[in-house]
Design a protein around this ligand. Structure first.
Ligand code: G3I
Length: 406
């Protein structure tokens, strides 16, 4: 259409809405934080039909954490294309699946297992014993009083036999015990003082859980799962826990390193050191909950000074900037370069959530509200974390290509 000859009144009637429509459709389909990355387009070769699982078929399964919502619609199509392992994000945890002594909520967990089986996708079970999303009734004695260690362990056994027994032969690996190691810098305090630890008056519940799980499904690979496993103090505590289990001939196959990472955490050396330590015990490793938030923790204010945040008006959220994207690409590339070098020991890498459309981190201040260490009562602060390889429109991010181009 030639703008100069336009008969003002009539054509403008048509023209303007047409222009508006074109502008609007352009705005609609552009992710809010379109990034013009320095990542050289030339490296984005890739094969249209290949997914992450195909690029890593000679290395290890690539998995993703799923909820009911992700089993339908575009998420499920992406999952089937890119991944060959799934982990229930919440539906197999003690509280959600066993809310009271004689009640099991199998429905969601069954649907996740059926989805995986129907698509020939492996399934990781998460988790059989944890201090969060626990089945609170387990810690109450018969008349509401304190529960004894014996009764608590019997309840743990019944729970593990029921859940691991139900999915025997379908779930290939279980996070048997999750996050039982203490977070503090006190190197003498190995174990988290959870209800499990306090009522059992020690860590016996950990070995017991592994023995029950092995009895319930002798074929399943059994993992101890935790976060910040690369941080030196926590790494040593996890090493001591594992060494004790092995010395006690507890049936454990490997360690789950959750990998809720940041742009500069862990460093390549910290990651290698953590891998070298646990594999020196003859154990396998899985990265079980990988995501890399772009949110950078604010420097802790010097003692006696008012934290900057308290004085400055909240900065507008710059979101997923090219600079942060470049750092995320570098961190993902570093991680997968090392994963491939350790392929002899690594038996799976799982992402925690499907795309930046929804990440558990978004409700935890993008990961700045304590991340995995944050308790359930941590106030919800919404801040997008953009931590995964697919953007909010489920499109492959440049970070995706830094993982598959090797
Ligand atoms: O199901 C209830 C729903 O009925 C209720 O209406 C809603 C409102 O409160 O809460 C829903 O439960 C939420 C549940 O996710 C299911 O969406 C819980 O509040 C919420 O706390 C829970 O968050 C999960 C968190 O574990 C609990 O600690 C996250 O989705 C999940 O991604 C996260 O995963 C953990 C791993 O299991 C272990 N490692 C750390 C990781 C991140 O914290």
């Amino acid at each position: 259409m030639n703008f100069s000859t336009v008969n003002k009144k009539t054509d403008r009637g048509i023209l303007l809405p047409a222009i508006a429509f074109i502008i609007l459709s352009f705005v609609q389909c552009t992710p809010k934080h379109k990034v013009v990355s320095s990542f050289k387009a030339s490296t984005i070769a890739g094969h249209p039909d290949k997914g992450l699982k195909d690029y890593y078929k000679n290395y290890f399964p690539i998995g993703v954490a799923v909820s009911m919502a992700s089993l339908h619609g575009p998420d499920s199509a992406l999952i089937v294309k890119e991944f060959n392992s799934i982990t229930p994000e919440n539906d197999m945890k003690m509280g959600p699946i066993h809310p009271s002594e004689n009640i099991y909520n199998w429905e969601n967990a069954d649907k996740i297992v059926d989805f995986a089986v129907s698509h020939h996708i492996k399934i990781r079970g998460h988790n059989l014993c944890w201090h969060n999303q626990e089945a609170a009734w387990m810690f109450k004695g018969p008349n509401g009083g304190a529960v004894t260690k014996e009764l608590l362990l019997q309840r743990l056994k019944d729970h593990i036999f029921a859940v691991a027994g139900r999915y025997r032969g379908k779930i290939y690996a279980w996070d048997v015990v999750n996050e039982a190691v203490d977070d503090s810098d006190d190197t003498t305090q190995i174990y988290r003082k959870s209800n499990w630890y306090n009522i059992c008056n020690g860590p016996d519940f950990i070995a017991a859980a592994f023995r029950y799980a092995h009895e319930a499904d002798p074929q399943a690979k059994l993992y101890y799962n935790d976060y910040n496993s690369e941080h030196p103090v926590k790494r040593e505590k996890i090493y001591k826990l594992l060494k004790k289990l092995i010395e006690e001939h507890v049936p454990i196959d490997g360690v789950g390193m959750q990998a809720h990472w940041k742009l500069n955490d862990p460093s390549p050396d910290e990651l290698r050191k953590a891998l070298d330590e646990v594999t020196s015990l003859g154990l396998k490793v899985q990265f079980t909950e990988l995501d890399i938030t772009i949110r950078v923790p604010q420097p802790t204010p010097a003692p006696g000074t008012t934290p900057q945040a308290a004085t400055m008006p909240p900065a507008t959220d710059a979101g997923y900037t090219p600079e942060l994207e470049a750092r995320q690409i570098a961190q993902y590339k570093m991680a997968f370069d090392i994963f491939r070098q350790y392929k002899k020991f690594i038996t799976g890498v799982t992402f925690w959530n499907v795309s930046d459309r929804y990440s558990w981190l978004d409700g935890r201040g993008g990961g700045l509200m304590g991340g995995a260490a944050a308790g359930l009562n941590t106030p919800r602060v919404i801040k997008k974390a953009y931590p995964l390889l697919f953007d909010e429109n489920r499109q492959r991010k440049n970070a995706y290509w830094s993982v598959v181009n090797f």
